[in-house]
Design a protein. Structure first.
Length: 175
């Protein structure tokens, strides 16, 4: 599954929906610092900005992305959960939340978050792609359960092999 390809997706939505809008220069500087590998400085700058403007959806989204990209998944999940509570009309935080849930093996939770993203924007291609990935993982899980319940089943191994090949998942890594 993939996160939003760029912060610009959310930035455009945040501007259109009237939610908090980070000053472009401040957000650009946070993004520049992060891209340059200076994530600690970027986070400090973002946190300072958010202390004055705590409802700014763009900067909060940027913080969530940085947290996710620096393997601070629990913090990122919390950031995106608060964003979807405050701005349920924005699909991108739901999409990123779904990505984190899927990475943790919570495919049902990921599906629920993607359902919300698609309710907010039925045309968000990335959420549709991620939904397909989640559904494939749910199918793998279901087929794995079939083999636990009926090891003699002769049709499921071929289905699992196709899914593993499609998803590039090793045989022993079935969820």
């Amino acid at each position: 599954m993939r996160h939003s390809r760029s912060w610009l997706i959310c930035l455009a939505f945040a501007g259109l929906t009237g939610c908090g809008v980070a000053r472009a220069d401040e957000l650009a500087e946070v993004q520049r610092l992060h891209a340059a590998g200076q994530t600690d400085q970027a986070m400090q700058r973002a946190e300072k900005y958010l202390a004055a403007k705590p409802k700014d959806a763009q900067m909060r989204f940027a913080v969530g992305v940085m947290q996710a990209e620096t393997r601070r998944g629990t913090e990122a999940m919390s950031t995106f959960e608060r964003l979807v509570e405050d701005y349920p009309e924005l699909p991108e935080p739901y999409n990123n939340l779904a990505t984190l849930k899927a990475a943790a093996g919570d495919y049902e939770g990921a599906k629920a978050s993607l359902d919300q993203a698609l309710r907010a924007n039925p045309n968000l291609a990335l959420a549709h792609e991620n939904m397909g990935d989640v559904q494939l993982m749910l199918a793998m899980r279901a087929y794995g359960r079939v083999l636990q319940l009926d090891p003699a089943n002769s049709t499921v191994p071929a289905k699992l092999a196709l899914l593993r090949q499609l998803l590039k998942v090793p045989a022993r890594a079935t969820p």
